[in-house]
Design a binder for this molecule. Structure first.
Ligand code: ADP
Ligand code: ADP
Length: 236
């Protein structure tokens, strides 16, 4: 389904990602763990085409996603929606508008200027927020929400694109343990109920053990572990 073959990313003399290869047969919940600087974020950004790989191939359902251009590249970026440690919401904009923001490229410049969203999109946004337990926050400014709520808004924005894959780059690193659990539970449910693949960069082993069905460990840009959480022992 997802085939990563010898992917390398160099920043000058630094090899951030070094010949990473793995295959995903079915939509799983995959955690990538490793210390800061291990190359996790760079890897996810290459999958999503936010950054270009230096060499290697990434295929999804047989298609080389690293070769996509223009509209096809944008369609792929919707298909593997990304969420970030810092949520990346528009702080002063209300929650529903933040969720709808990702649909901007489907609307005309005029509709965008006047903030005209199709009613069906608004209904969908509210449904998704409801599912994530934050529909009551819909009219509030994003900045008025707690971190855990803001991350769920970011998840809702990702779900608006109906992605096959959710790429989560340290989704709980800025959250307290309670909010972290709420966000990880939400991702887990999206995986189980919708059958979407989740690939999450995590920096604690405990979270990976608890939520993931496959764990990939990275160190210095390389994969040093690839297995089930049960196979993970400290210091492997
Ligand atoms: P902790 O962060 O739990 O105190 P360490 O300082 O030993 O533990 O590890 C730092 C990070 O490195 C951990 O958060 C963990 O996710 C990651 N890590 C531990 N073992 C591995 C491994 N075999 N491969 C990749 N990353 C690992
Ligand atoms: P992680 O997500 O595991 O913390 P990163 O992918 O952010 O790791 O970083 C991997 C390595 O690549 C680090 O050595 C980092 O300094 C380097 N790096 C990441 N992004 C850039 C960049 N834009 N320019 C130069 N070096 C970078």
């Amino acid at each position: 389904m997802l085939d990563v073959e010898n992917v390398t990313k160099e920043f000058g003399a630094t090899r951030a990602v070094d010949r990473v290869s793995f295959a995903v047969e079915r939509p799983g919940f995959i955690g990538i763990i490793g210390r800061s600087g291990a190359g996790k974020s760079t890897f996810l950004r290459m999958v999503n085409r936010l950054t270009d790989a230096t060499t290697g191939a990434i295929r999804f359902r047989g298609r080389d996603v690293l070769a996509l251009k223009g509209a096809e590249k944008r369609a792929w970026q919707s298909d593997c929606a990304m969420i970030f440690q810092q949520f990346n919401l528009v702080p002063r904009m209300d929650v529903v508008s933040n969720v709808l923001h990702g649909t901007l490229n489907r609307r005309s410049a005029l509709a965008t200027f006047f903030n005209l969203y199709p009613a069906e999109d608004i209904h969908r946004a509210i449904d998704i927020l409801d599912r994530l337990g934050i529909a009551e926050q819909a009219a509030k400014r994003a900045e008025a929400l707690s971190g855990g709520q803001q991350q769920r808004v970011a998840i809702a924005r990702a779900l608006m694109q109906d992605p096959q894959i959710i790429l989560a780059d340290e989704p709980i690193a800025s959250l307290d343990p309670m909010n972290a659990q709420v966000v990880m539970d939400a991702l887990r449910r999206i995986h189980e109920e919708d059958g979407r693949m989740v690939i999450a960069n995590l920096h604690t082993l405990d979270t990976a053990r608890r939520y993931c069905d496959r764990v990939i460990g990275m160190r210095d840009g390389r994969i040093v572990f690839d297995g089930t959480p049960e196979q993970l022992t400290t210091g492997v």
